[in-house]
Ligand binder design. Sequence first.
Ligand SMILES: [Fe+2]
Ligand SMILES: [Fe+2]
Length: 268
Amino acid sequence: MATFTQQNHWDLDTVIAVDHAIDPEYFANAPEQVAENFERLLSRDVFSEADAQFLYDWLLERGVSPAFRQMLDHWLEDELKHYQSLRRCYRALSGVTYAEMDQEAEARAKKRNIEPIADLLVDEFSILLMLAYDEIGSTYSYRRDLAEFYCHFGREIAKVGQHLVRDEGQHFSNAAELILTLYPERLKDVSATLAKFDVREKQLARTGSYHGTFFLDHAQEQARFPTDFNAVTMQVIQARLGIAAMPSQEKVKRLWQWKPKGCQFVPV
Ligand SMILES: [Fe+2]
Ligand SMILES: [Fe+2]
């Protein structure tokens, strides 16, 4: 079978050791409040990465095409590597142990519920588009987090952040490529389908009751993004699919450079 997807290769243990420690000097030199906010950010992001396993299992049970399956196998490998690398960052930053993280992951697994978004995942085209939507959002938010947090705590932690940005960008590109290859006749549905995702994400943000299934899981974080974040990322997706012009450089830059008024970084 032809391969439509690409994967970045990097070795977890080479980038960050399981017992990695952050030199205290970095804590002393980091801008005020950055360590505390980074710790809060990681306490959420670690577990979002782990949700990939749930989504993978759910998709396989549902049934996927061979090309999508091939992509998903690489995708899961990357996401689980993200999980392990963020665990290492989180432990080094906060002192939270791996055993404590395992407990937290278990508690989170019990609360999983894909029901609030299941009606959006009606066919493989919609699932691929939601994956593209999710991954492009992750790409820009990790890019911002790299500049605001990951870069302050030494080479290893910064390197993890760089790999996250590259991998999520590749995941976005792979999902888009599969849509173009497998579902070209559905390009006419992209705009309306994305609009539904946007509406649902905002609804979920208001109720605050949904989490743990990977997709649309940053709903509760909308205050951390410029108000046009979804509009601009949706246009980026459509541009990648060849059905819209790319947003201006200025708009794209704002996705990861925007900060609330009076803040040096986006508080968590
Ligand atoms: Fe990831
Ligand atoms: Fe990803």
